[in-house]
Write a protein that binds this ligand. Sequence first.
Ligand SMILES: *[C@@H]1O[C@H](CO)[C@@H](O)[C@H](O)[C@H]1NC(C)=O
Ligand SMILES: *[C@@H]1O[C@H](CO)[C@@H](O)[C@H](O)[C@H]1NC(C)=O
Ligand SMILES: *[C@@H]1O[C@H](CO)[C@@H](O)[C@H](O)[C@H]1NC(C)=O
Length: 415
Amino acid sequence: MSKRLSFYCLIALASVCIFFLAFNQRYSSYLEHRLQPMISDVEIRPRTTKIQEPVTVSQAYITGSTDNATITEIQEVVDQQRRAIKREMENYEYPNGKYGINVSKLEDLVMEKGGRPMRSIILTSWRSGSTFLGDVVNAHPANFYHYEPLLDYGIVQIRGSPLAEESLTRILSLLNCEYKELDRYLDYGKTHHWVFNHNTHLWRQCQAHKRICWDPRFVSKFCRLFPFQSMKLVRLRLHAAESLLAEEDLGVRLVLLIRDPRGILQSRKHREWCPAKPDCSDPALVCGDMVSDFNTAVELSKKYPRSFRVVRYEDLSVDPYKHVQELYNFYGLNFHVNVKKFLDTHTKNDVGGVSSTFRNSKVAPFHWRTDLDFEEVREIQKVCATAMQLWGYVMALNSTHQKDFDPITNYRLQL
Ligand SMILES: *[C@@H]1O[C@H](CO)[C@@H](O)[C@H](O)[C@H]1NC(C)=O
Ligand SMILES: *[C@@H]1O[C@H](CO)[C@@H](O)[C@H](O)[C@H]1NC(C)=O
Ligand SMILES: *[C@@H]1O[C@H](CO)[C@@H](O)[C@H](O)[C@H]1NC(C)=O
């Protein structure tokens, strides 16, 4: 009897053990899977800063050879990308004096060859159409996309000191492809991949070469290959960005992208990161920024007629081909066949064919008219009257009017 009991006990114990082993294996592989990207990303960058512990010979040897391997890998990827850019630019139409830009060959635009890239910046705020416009510019060949460099600042608007100076230092470093001092930016990117993943060429290499992706030595060299550099900013107000235009050596061309505050606030209502942050969700702050941007825009149009311009998202959506072509002329970029292709697929390709698309691309920025009720619209209009009048947006008078009026007028920036 007791033999039999111990036999069953043994069986039970064995089952528990097997179950535990199986579970443990599954669970740890699950854990590993979850943590893998973070672990490998944190570990990849060899320590170049001072080492505190005493270093034995073998450790130094290992560090040295890892570093040598890293440097070799960086060089290989950079060489490969240089060849790819050259191919991509083979039949490119250089401005050659058009748009006031005296550029006739690739070297004129490549920093590592002593050239100056064409630098385009979109300055706007959240949910104002900059993802679309940013991708339109990024559809151009050989473009390096500095996608919102101020992501790690969180949901804030930068209007002045001290954040303005700090963020401008970073923006200038990026425009000059100097990543050496940008530890905070690069570290943030390791766990927030959207810092880089809109940058098509860089991200492709990052996926194949995870070890070097966030290494400042790599990104600096890689960035210096690209003849076109674009950036979008959604956290910096225009007033604080003026110095970017003042630096003539940079040759920056800056577009302020504006959207109807009712459209902005309706769209932000649906983002979980927004409602709790006043800079994002308080109509008074949003429209205060729009008034301030207007005053600066009037000044900058006079001071920098060749390098500063304003576009409204609604106008862009209603007639994307016309406005994108104008924008490309302004940036001094060739309206390349890739860009036309991008517009063909992103403004037309909707369920229901061309006619429904046409309707859709016109309607997209105006969803607020049906999504907000008139009470909400009235609340926004109350604090946004000045901003709306300055930027040429028409008031809705009542709920029927709201649903069928034309909220944009034929607007021109009044100097
Ligand atoms: C790393 O490269 C340098 C220069 O090419 C060489 O002198 C050194 O011996 C290499 N170190 C290792 C550990 O391979
Ligand atoms: C454009 O470049 C050519 C050749 O490099 C030079 O001779 C000419 O003066 C330049 N023109 C302007 C307006 O800079
Ligand atoms: C809404 O406003 C329009 C335009 O002023 C007006 O013609 C219409 O009668 C108003 N409708 C209601 C229900 O008040």
